[in-house]
Design a protein around this ligand. Structure first.
Ligand code: HEM
Length: 295
């Protein structure tokens, strides 16, 4: 076999691996491949169509999944640091998180050339294997976890996970736990900016309801950044994260517009109409509203 002809798994009559040499001998590892699991990593791209666009779509979606997971890890680390009063460390962790988000959003550039003609065959390939109405990116449980940690309480996507009850149960548990913002409010209180107990011990599974009392705390911090330097730095880092999450949603929406239009999605509703309102769910609400009161 020529080196340009990789071994192919032709299940479903489709090429299942990208055009590289394919799986190596699992017993043969270098320290590099052992550390990065690169021998496994390069066997995880299994396009379902013959579309030349699918490798780029699949690899970018996989990279984004990895970033969702990394961001979840960082945010949970920051929550632990906030709970143990390590404000400087938590801000450093969240600054790292904002940097990951920027790189995640840069990924959209690698898909910026896609048109409906590129996306159609990919969608048909997926539908052939998984069924027309069975597949949805709402099934990205890692995205949902990230969104929950950053404050979303939308359960719209959960029904699509009924086929994976363990993940569904985990997500329902996560939904009942404090968000990053809840931990920030706890830290603000312990730093001498008291916030009422009913806002701190709320029902975490319910959507957060913004309150002027919290807005006043942020206004105080932003009014005198030299006096509240550490909290100001925390606030600006949270603002970076909120902006980058919203940027991800915006770039996703524009990619959907360019490649799919306003066709019906998983719910049977026009996709653009369903996705657009999610752009208004900007995390850490009083961090934004308080700015109007800063003089
Ligand atoms: C560029 C072509 C893309 C199209 C046409 C597209 C289409 C859609 C549609 C129609 C939805 C709404 C749910 C549904 O009906 O299934 C959705 C949601 C979603 N997509 Fe995409 N998508 C694209 C790229 C991506 C990529 C590259 C990712 C990266 C993993 C991704 C991740 C998601 C996630 C996480 C959601 C849920 C968003 C939320 O709940 O707010 N999509 N997409």
């Amino acid at each position: 076999m020529s080196s340009l002809q990789p071994p192919q798994d032709t299940r479903n009559g489709k090429r299942m691996l990208l055009n590289h040499p394919g799986p190596g001998d699992p017993d043969e590892q270098t320290p590099y491949s052992s550390y990065l699991c690169s021998e496994v990593l390069h066997t995880l791209q299994r396009p379902l169509s013959d579309s030349p666009a699918e490798p780029a779509f699949m690899v970018n979606a996989q990279v984004m999944e990895l970033y969702f997971g990394l961001i979840v890890h960082e945010v949970r680390t920051a929550q632990g640091e906030l709970r143990s009063e390590q404000l400087g460390q938590a801000t450093a962790t969240l600054r790292r998180t904002a940097a990951h988000f920027r790189a995640l959003n840069g990924n959209w550039l690698s898909l910026s050339w896609m048109t409906p003609v590129d996306f159609g065959p990919i969608q048909r390939g997926i539908a052939e294997v998984h069924g027309r109405r069975q597949f949805s990116a709402l099934q990205s449980w890692m995205f949902r976890w990230m969104a929950f940690l950053l404050g979303s309480r939308s359960t719209d996507g959960l029904a699509s996970l009924e086929g994976t009850p363990t993940r569904l149960r985990e997500l329902r548990e996560i939904l009942g736990q404090p968000t990053l913002y809840d931990d920030v409010l706890g830290l603000l209180t312990r730093s001498g900016h008291p916030i009422s107990a009913d806002r701190l011990q709320r029902d975490f599974a319910a959507p957060y309801v913004p309150h002027p009392e919290v807005g006043e705390v942020w206004r105080t911090v932003y009014q005198a950044p030299e006096e509240h330097g550490e909290l100001f730095a925390l606030g600006e880092t949270l603002a970076d994260i909120a902006e980058e999450l919203t940027t991800w949603k915006y770039r996703h929406l524009m990619s959907v517009r360019r490649t799919f239009g306003n066709r019906d999605g998983y719910f049977g509703e026009p996709t653009v109409a369903w996705l657009s309102p999610t752009l208004d769910e900007i995390p850490f609400p009083e961090l934004w509203t308080a700015r109007a009161a800063v003089e």
